[in-house]
Ligand binder design. Structure first.
Ligand code: SAH
Ligand code: SF4
Length: 410
């Protein structure tokens, strides 16, 4: 069992001490995490015929590709606009580029999309895609429209499978096959926009159906940080998709050293999968807790930049009947969060084939929520969406395996 958190220090003193004493350690730990991510790197973004996918390249990479074929930087700027603002996938549609140049580009490059293997619509309007990549690996992406407005969130995946085995999560029963590349991550959002015809990218301030991104699909995004960061930078670029970081929320099961980098470099909204208020229980249901216990996790949340009231950290708390849903646990949660601008999302457990837990009763969830609300923490109860098509939180899983044989996806 982990040691109990140090008490007595004010949160600020504690945070400052942590930062100083753990800086070197955290750096080493980050290097270890990134090295491990590299072992599970995606295949190169090149087709069997040698053409390269332009999606997923940073602006600098794209300019370098153009330079390599003797083109000036403005060509990269043009392409960026066509790819990310207009959503064009065919060079022949890019009518600000002369025909011979279009042909030259088409010989060497493609503007790719993940292949839609299946698409399902839930009775509640949620849409789920299974996307297949060139090496036949598959992941799931979900669009959750807001019930009363013309907006909605696309829930994107970051890994095929997951190394962590949270006991209540369907993805956790699937071994990690590999990380997704930046093209595959941003490609999910672009393919979702294709599906709803939402191109060109709507101007800042105008309504969008696909208005938000939640990085809450399959996988642990902070174990694939470089690719996730690259993809999100593309999504946030003003001359392309232009989605503000305020409309992006990344959910982590608590990879503490990478939370600092995420905050410093991306500044997207942070959601933390807490799910338990004691290390004893969290060790069991979120096994990553054995490495980064609750006190370290909460310290990282307290130092997350912009954790002001306007940009509160979201704590996710899956409601498991008789496991973590007592009133005493709600009160302990209030105590743990004291002084932190936070919001708690209570997620009724979504069952999946073979899952061992039951969803908390409505009364238990409401009692839990009331205790949090009374203490000043907004704690919405997440309405399950897309359960009928196994698209709800924690239900995503594909049958992808390592070195799976099958016809290569285009
Ligand atoms: N790996 C990241 C993001 C993906 S999971 C993470 O763990 O945060 C997205 C959210 O769904 C997490 O809060 C996760 O704990 C929750 N979740 C997993 N399985 C669930 C289930 N069966 N029912 C409800 N929520 C679940
Ligand atoms: Fe992985 Fe998140 Fe599922 Fe845990 S809850 S197994 S971290 S996807």
């Amino acid at each position: 069992m982990n040691p109990t958190p140090a008490r007595g220090d004010g949160p600020d003193a504690h945070t400052a001490a942590m930062t100083i004493s753990t800086d070197g350690l955290a750096e080493a730990e980050r290097a270890r995490i990134l090295a491990k991510a590299a072992i599970f790197a995606p295949p190169p973004a090149t087709l069997p015929d040698g053409r390269r996918d332009l999606v997923g390249l940073s602006r600098e990479d794209l300019a370098a590709e153009m330079a390599a074929i003797g083109e000036k930087p403005f060509r990269a700027k043009q392409l960026w606009h066509w790819i990310y603002h207009q959503g064009a996938t065919d060079f022949a549609r890019m009518n600000t580029i002369a025909k011979p140049m279009q042909a030259k580009l088409a010989e060497r490059f493609v503007v790719g999309r993940p292949e839609v293997a299946t698409q399902q619509d839930s009775a509640d309007g949620t849409r789920k895609w299974v996307f297949a990549f060139r090496d036949t690996q598959r992941i799931e992406t979900v669009y959750i429209p807001s019930a009363d407005e013309d907006r909605g969130a696309v829930c994107i995946s970051t890994q095929v499978g997951c190394t962590l085995s949270c006991t209540f999560c369907h993805t956790g029963t699937q071994k990690l096959v590999r990380n997704l590349g930046a093209a595959e991550i941003v490609g999910q959002f672009m393919a979702a926009r294709d599906s709803y015809g939402e191109w060109p990218s709507p101007k800042d301030g105008t309504a969008r159906h696909l208005s938000n991104i939640v990085v809450m699909g399959m996988g642990e995004p902070l174990y694939n940080y470089e690719n996730v960061a690259k993809a999100l930078r593309i999504v946030m670029d003003h001359e392309g998709i232009g989605l503000s970081r305020r409309r992006i929320t990344l959910s982590t099961s608590g990879v503490v050293p990478m939370m600092d980098r995420c905050g410093a470099e991306l500044g997207v909204g942070l959601a933390v999968s807490l799910h338990a208020v004691t290390n004893e229980l969290r060790d069991e249901i979120v096994p990553l807790n054995r490495k980064y216990p609750i006190e370290d996790l909460l310290a990282a949340c307290r130092r997350y930049p912009g954790a002001s009231n306007a940009r509160r950290i979201t704590f996710e708390y899956v409601m498991l009947r008789g496991v973590n849903d007592s009133e005493a646990e709600a009160r302990e949660l209030v105590r743990l969060l004291r002084g932190m601008p936070a919001k708690v999302n209570l997620i009724p457990f979504n069952p999946w084939p073979g899952s061992a837990y039951k969803t908390s009763t409505t009364e238990a969830i409401q009692r839990f929520a009331a205790i949090l609300n009374d203490a000043g923490y907004s704690s919405p109860i997440r309405r399950p969406r897309g359960r009928d098509i196994l698209a709800a939180c924690g239900q995503l899983k594909t049958d992808s395996e390592r070195a799976k044989r099958g016809p290569a996806a285009a």
